[in-house]
Design a protein around this ligand. Structure first.
Ligand SMILES: [Fe+2]
Length: 242
């Protein structure tokens, strides 16, 4: 089936740094459809307080309410499903934690927030979370490994993406990584990762503004590195059987 599948976007309004209102979310969804996307996962940030079910459930309930409002008004020609972008944090992976509740709807996939443009608290635990998700029989996707290249205060770590891949994650670069909008060197690093065959998926990570919910431009940029057929396979859902 033609059309793009976007595994990463911030379309659930009013819950994170993505769409700020229902109208804004509908606008972004329409833009996604008009640029060729047929299925988009809305993946709001969750920093799971795994040991605090009440707080977590309250936030997840709010996300579900806003998602339902979005889905009810979604334009025709594009399917929107709920997912989450799970942030790794130290001390929050206990034996009875359940990463499965953050699966992308209708899949066995868990989207994980990757590195930011500078060192942050999640870095030390990303590999651990990848292994944990795998141990639960789920498939982790690690978002935007290319942002590691934007670190300025420390030597770059060219082995980061390779380590996450070896730990068992599928790697997803952002459209805004390819354009360089996510920080210095992310464009160069995205192309290196593509050229070395490490990337499984491209997502928009669309928030609006500097990171639009579009995969057509990203596909074309990737095609300059790996050719059109290979680039299309990173955005058409085939890597996930969707
Ligand atoms: Fe994101």
């Amino acid at each position: 089936m033609p059309g793009f599948v976007d595994v990463h976007s911030h379309l659930v309004f009013g819950v994170d740094d993505g769409a700020q209102s229902l109208e804004h979310a509908i606008e972004l969804l329409t833009e996604a459809r008009d640029s060729g996307t047929r299925l988009v996962f809305a993946t709001p940030h969750v920093v799971p307080p795994y040991h605090d079910w009440n707080a977590s459930q309250e936030r997840v309930a709010r996300i579900r309410r806003h998602f339902a409002a979005l889905q009810a008004q979604a334009p025709t020609g594009i399917e929107v499903r709920l997912g989450f972008e799970v942030t790794a944090r130290p001390h929050r992976l206990r034996p009875n934690d359940d990463p499965a509740r953050f699966r992308l709807e209708g899949t066995e996939i868990v989207l994980m927030d990757g590195p930011q443009a500078g060192p942050w608290f999640g870095d030390a635990t990303m590999e651990r979370l990848i292994r944990r998700i795998r141990a639960e029989g789920l498939t982790p996707i690690l978002a935007h490994p290319e942002r590691r290249a934007a670190w300025r205060r420390e030597p770059p770590d060219p082995g980061f993406a390779e380590r996450m891949k070896n730990a068992g994650a599928l790697l997803q670069i952002d459209a805004s990584g390819l354009t360089g909008a996510d920080g210095p060197n992310t464009d160069v690093e995205s192309r290196r990762l593509l050229a070395e065959g490490l990337i499984n998926l491209i997502g928009s990570d669309g928030h609006g503004a500097h990171s639009p919910v579009r995969l057509d431009i990203a596909r074309d940029m990737a095609a300059e590195v790996i050719g059109e057929a290979a680039a299309t396979r990173l955005v058409d859902g085939s890597a996930l059987g969707l």
